[in-house]
Design a protein around this ligand. Structure first.
Ligand SMILES: *Cc1c(COP(=O)(O)O)cnc(C)c1O
Length: 416
């Protein structure tokens, strides 16, 4: 386990979180390199012996130090913007292992991706096909593309992160796929390389993922009969992690289920996991400002807030809270809501937790490695936290804390 108590103090690998707070302040994201590597290897091992590529979904945690860990492992990358492409380049990622997803790619983003030589542009509409074709012809290239097909499978997850149903904005309709592939096959700026899907995030059960794979395989067979051969099948990400005590299918169940559905097919298998690689590999370290007993509720007011970790406010997500000192000598035992300083009632990080906190003590918000820093903002003019990557007994400041001056620097006051 990446985060364990040693002598009563919570540690990231071998580094005490008290040391991290002393050196880099709070709030602060802390990631374990070993935990990231372990999660990646679980995918790689399950896929071993078959042509495959794990494309880490950059949006889950796009810190360059994290991307560099993935690049060194030989991972590919799933990106959704030109900014993420720039990050993969800066982190030394292999551009020939990059898939570019997203429904709103701009002309510049498409041009930059073609220039970079990505593995595949995942198309999500007929208009995008025409746009990519035109840009590629202008550049004297053939764009490698896959269609993201909407398999109309319910991922049975939170509606905000469910993406594979007919009413979803993502992907092309299943019924349109064969026609669009035939059309694309005739375009001079297009090289058909694959087919993809991604039905949602935080799937606890592998059944919808396997069902989606079966739907895509059925389509592959039809396309083959139409004379369209594809090199890869991209099954997306969305494998869940355990935040609390929910039943969670292991990575192996997703991979085995998909491989069974693929049977003897020879296409290269791509997976784009994000959360399941980094989610449990990170925590948000925060300091208790005040312990505030109330009439109806008790509050622990901490220095982290919804701008740092949006998931509780946005999805009512549950994150485990641990005291960095397992027992605070002068802690006040009770049931608390853990809240931030922001002027919104949605600014909570946890509700109704048994804790014995003391002002000045440290808390760790667990499983915050995915969609934590990546979704952070400067709301209430709060500088974003530092990020620290730990490896064994070493800590590396992967992103220093923002300063208030930096937040003001982009703005100007008119002189009229
Ligand atoms: C967000 C996304 C992923 C990663 O989802 P996780 O739930 O973090 O695994 C993978 N593929 C696509 C196309 C995505 O949009």
């Amino acid at each position: 386990m990446a985060f364990t108590y040693r002598g009563g103090v919570l540690c990231a690998e071998e580094v005490s979180l008290e040391d991290v707070a002393r050196q880099f302040g709070t709030p602060c994201y802390v990631y374990s390199r070993a935990a990231i590597e372990r999660a990646y290897r679980e995918y790689a091992d399950e896929l071993a012996g078959r042509p495959s590529l794990v494309c880490y979904s950059v949006k889950a945690n796009s810190n360059l130090a994290v991307l560099s860990v993935m690049a060194q492992l030989g991972a590919g990358f799933d990106i959704v913007s030109g900014g993420e492409l720039a990050r993969v380049i800066a982190a030394g990622g292999d551009l020939a292992k990059v898939v570019f997803s997203g429904i709103g790619k701009s002309e510049i983003e498409i041009r930059d991706a073609l220039q970079a030589g990505v593995l595949s542009i995942n198309l999500e509409s007929e208009q995008e096909l025409a746009r990519v074709n035109g840009i590629a012809i202008g550049m004297g290239k053939r764009a490698p593309v896959a269609f993201r097909v909407n398999p109309d499978v319910d991922a049975k997850t939170h509606p905000y992160i469910s993406t594979g149903l007919k009413q979803s904005k993502f992907g092309i309709a299943y019924a349109d796929a064969e026609r669009l592939y035939r059309e694309a096959a005739r375009l001079p700026g297009i090289r058909l390389t694959g087919i993809g899907c991604h039905i949602g995030s935080l799937m606890n059960d592998s059944a919808p993922f396997v069902a989606a794979t079966q739907r895509i395989v059925a389509l592959l067979v039809r396309l083959e009969q139409a004379g369209i051969a594809l090199a890869h099948i991209d099954l997306g990400g969305g494998m869940g992690i355990r935040y609390k005590d929910e039943a969670q299918a292991p990575i192996a169940a997703f991979v085995h289920g998909a491989l069974d559905a693929l049977g003897q097919r020879k296409e290269k298998v791509l997976l784009d996991p994000g959360r399941s690689i980094v989610g449990n590999a990170g925590i948000l370290l925060t300091r208790v400002e005040y312990v505030k007993p109330g009439e109806a509720k008790n509050f622990v007011v901490v220095d982290a807030a919804m701008n740092d970790l949006l998931r509780p406010a946005l999805y009512d997500a549950w994150h485990e809270i641990r005291q960095v000192r397992e027992t605070e000598s002068d802690g006040l035992a009770g049931v608390y809501d853990v809240v931030g300083p922001i002027c919104e009632s949605a600014d909570f990080l946890a509700r109704e937790r048994k804790l014995a906190p003391r002002p000045g003590g440290l808390l760790a918000i667990m499983s915050a490695g995915a969609y934590g820093m990546a979704m952070s903002s400067n709301y209430n003019t709060r500088p974003r936290p530092a990020e620290v990557l730990v490896s064994g007994g070493e800590m590396h400041l992967a992103r220093r804390r923002e300063t208030t001056q930096e937040l003001l620097a982009l703005e100007t006051i008119p002189q009229w």
